[in-house]
Design a protein around this ligand. Structure first.
Ligand SMILES: [Zn+2]
Length: 281
């Protein structure tokens, strides 16, 4: 499942390839991939002949600012969910059976949305409408991990107010946006805290360490272009190389890179958590 670093890697690719050229239309191969508008004709009419000014990321949402003849033309929104991928291809490239939406660009190029599990979504937000009114999942999102308001004091305050386990709290997108299973495990390892640690019993120094670890782990993963786990591919179909850098995630039974103790795994709320029983308290 793509998390913040993977979505950020995709965003950078989209900015490099898809901006400053007029969209020439497209094709919707699976109707339910469109969240709003639900009609493929309305969606395609909304984006055709508009240019992508820039791609932004909010949590795991990709949001493209659109312009048509220097006027605001709304937004294009994409959420990859579990298995969505965006590929920058020649329009003539063979159509994979999981291709869901095709967006046509000049010179025979295409941005193709491929999604095996079909949970991914696309939105077109008409000009003048607030993005959050259409892409409603944006409404409850907490701060970005690199935003100025994501401070140790903020994190401490939010963790104080929950009785949940630390791992569960980190996955809560209303506390901090963009963290999923992989980077929650990695941030907990880097801060020496167990996934099962009650969120509201952390000492200030532990919150400080956790806050720093979240930013450091995400920064490293972004620099490496995302992870090799979860079938992640960037726009050109290349996977990232964070997988080799993982300390805990996916390393069940392997020796901890710090102390040599085998990494353990436990199930929490239906997800696997990986931790070192010696390094994490
Ligand atoms: Zn260890």
């Amino acid at each position: 499942v793509p998390e913040l670093p993977e979505v950020e890697t995709v965003r950078r690719g989209l900015n490099a390839f898809t901006t400053a050229q007029a969209l020439q239309g497209g094709e919707v191969l699976l109707a339910r991939t469109l969240a709003r508008p639900v009609s493929a004709a309305d969606f395609l009419a909304g984006i055709t002949q508009s240019q992508i000014v820039t791609w932004q990321r909010r949590g795991k949402y990709l949001l493209a600012r659109l312009q048509r003849e220097d006027a605001d033309a709304g937004w294009l929104g994409i959420h990859l969910r579990m298995t969505g991928q965006l590929l920058w291809l020649e329009r003539a490239a063979p159509l994979h059976r999981h291709a869901r939406v095709r967006l046509f660009f000049p010179e025979g190029r295409e941005l193709r949305f491929v999604d095996t599990r079909t949970f991914g979504k696309l939105w077109w937000v008409p000009p003048g409408e607030p993005v959050e009114a259409v892409v409603t999942g944006l409404q409850g999102l907490g701060p970005e991990p690199f935003a100025p308001e994501f401070t140790p004091a903020y994190l401490s305050d939010r963790l104080q107010r929950t009785r949940r386990l630390l791992k569960t709290a980190l996955l809560d997108q209303t506390i901090v946006a963009g963290i999923g299973n992989i980077y929650a495990d990695e941030a907990l390892f880097a801060s020496g805290l167990r996934p099962t640690h009650p969120a509201n019993t952390l000492q200030p120094s532990q919150v400080e360490r956790l806050h720093g670890a979240i930013q450091q782990v995400l920064q490293t993963a972004i620099a490496k272009g995302g992870t090799t786990f979860s079938d992640f591919l960037n726009l050109l179909g290349v996977d990232g190389d964070y997988g080799d850098a993982a300390f805990a995630y996916g390393r069940t039974g392997e020796p901890c890179r710090v102390c040599g103790t085998p990494i353990e795994r436990l199930r929490l709320g239906g997800r696997s958590s990986h931790f070192c029983p010696r390094c994490q308290v």
